[in-house]
Write a protein of this length. Sequence first.
Length: 216
Amino acid sequence: MRLFTILDGYIARGYIAHLTLIVSAFWALYVVAELMDLLDDVQQNKVDVRVVVGYFFSHTPEILQLVAPVAFLLATLTILGVLTRRNEITAMKAGGISIYRACLPIFVTSCVSCAVHFGLSEYVVPFANRVAQQYHNTIKGRPTQSVRQLERRWLLGKGGIFYEVTTPDGTPDTLHMLTLYDIDRTSWRLRDWLYANRARWNPQVTTRSKAVGAAP
């Protein structure tokens, strides 16, 4: 059994072509659906086209990570269906090539694609998501926010309540993307949580509203 034959190259090229087409179609559908959702914010906040393009460009690695498993499956089924419809599988069997040997290029190409997918999810997606989040905040009209782990602002309040806040520069009394976690300090279980897109600090108010929303 020889490896890397002309037949292997033919099947691998067909598999890669169908995989590229399917991934491109899924990416286009995802972008169109999200663009329709963000179109009102783009018009309301008068966002530049370059910001929108930069957002989808930096968001592309995560989109590819989401659609890759389904794309691999559909590409495999598609190339096998095309080979069967053209009676090429029958010709391979008549030439002494089993179906398992014919699927070897698909298996090898899928393994390489999985390795690329793993490297993409580990080394590219986290950094690309940070840039995409900055563009997304600009589209939504939110202030620039810190995205590095060391700059996340966590505060411990009375009664075991943790505050996760993002305070923009120049407006110290306004909190953006405020999240409250009500923790039971005896069992360290989450009792309640509260999220607000924007909140304003009033030092004259001494009473605290109870966080609403059941813990997951």
